[in-house]
Design a protein around this ligand. Structure first.
Ligand code: G6P
Length: 318
């Protein structure tokens, strides 16, 4: 008599845990099953929180950030478009507010999509697409910048990285010029404990010194005072690294860029932090650093029908 064989385990391809996306109160929250999460406020499509699986918040959000749409959000990743800084008087953006209207307008959630982690070990990643187009602007912004445009901003949360990328389309019949920037406020433990790598020998304008131009001499930049510098014409293949001063300059996080060849390094320091009504606590400048990937030197021209794309991927050391 044949001994009945125990059925051997049949390999089944178990589905990876799916990310969840919830929309509540003008906020979109996406989470991976392993615990990472990102929160995007529809006002400005501003990413206001990005947490790792262990709950560690990666972005600085001021305790006094205004979240009701009455002013740009102080912290997270405000999006700058179509002008960086105060608009020049002789330019088509001259009637817009500082940093333009993208961070000052309500965006819509266009959709979400998931993709499988390539190694089948981790969770899926989740991509949120947000849109802003001419018809969604206030009449005041439409009047101040009369161009027909469409923006799609994609926020992709993966295990160990956050990617934010912007597509800009000229949908009208006249060309326009723009600047854009991802104004990322990183949360850091202690501003005195970090160094910024990969900017040595690069040219920068220093806004704290009347916009004078200098060449960076330091291989590892320390922030010890108010800092507001626009580094320009960087090699897009070289990421900006925020490193630990104490730990032999080992990376704390890296910022890789595509199409964004300028980088602003900003910390308001003591007096400027106190002077900002929506910045809190006063000594919060010790726990933040803005590394802002952008295209802000000169202007990008976009002809009718053309699309421009750029973005960043942030990877913290885990
Ligand atoms: O106060 P905001 O309009 O948000 O600007 C905050 C900061 O943004 C950038 O980093 C600029 O380089 C700074 O000059 C400016 O102070």
């Amino acid at each position: 008599m044949e001994r009945s064989k125990k059925p051997s385990a049949i390999p089944v391809s178990s589905p990876l845990p799916q990310p969840t996306v919830t929309v509540e109160d003008k906020k979109v929250i996406a989470s991976l099953a392993s615990g990472e999460s990102v929160t995007v406020n529809l006002f400005g499509a501003t990413v206001v929180s990005w947490k790792l699986a262990n709950g560690a918040e990666q972005l600085f959000l001021s305790e006094k950030a205004v979240l009701d749409g009455s002013k740009p959000i102080r912290g997270g990743i405000p999006l700058v478009f179509p002008v960086f800084g105060p608009p020049p008087k002789d330019h088509a953006t001259s009637s817009l507010p500082q940093h333009g209207f993208a961070r000052n307008s309500y965006w819509e959630l266009l959709g979400k999509s998931t993709s499988e982690a390539s190694d089948r070990q981790g969770d899926n990643s989740v991509k949120l697409d947000f849109g802003l187009s001419t018809s969604m602007l206030s009449d005041a912004f439409k009047g101040a910048w009369p161009y027909d445009f469409g923006l799609v901003y994609s926020v992709t949360l993966s295990k160990g990285s956050l990617e934010t990328s912007l597509q800009i389309q000229n949908k009208g019949d006249k060309s326009f010029e723009f600047q854009t920037l991802l104004h990322t406020y990183f949360r850091i433990d202690d501003i005195t404990g970090i160094r910024i790598l990969n900017l040595e020998s690069k040219s920068y304008t220093d806004k704290t010194r009347d916009g004078a131009t200098f060449t960076e001499s330091s291989p590892a930049i320390a922030i010890t005072q108010e800092t507001d510098r626009v580094y320009q014409s960087l090699d897009p293949a070289v990421p900006i690294i925020v490193a630990s001063a104490a730990d032999n300059h080992s990376p704390i996080l890296t910022v890789s860029r595509e199409g964004l060849n300028d980088v602003v390094v900003w910390n308001p320091w003591i007096e400027k932090a106190k002077a900002m009504g929506d910045f809190a606590p006063d000594d919060g400048y010790k726990n933040m650093l803005c590394i802002e990937a952008g295209s802000v030197i000169g202007w990008q021209a976009l002809e009718p029908g053309e699309t421009w794309e750029g973005g960043q991927t942030i990877r913290p050391k885990i």
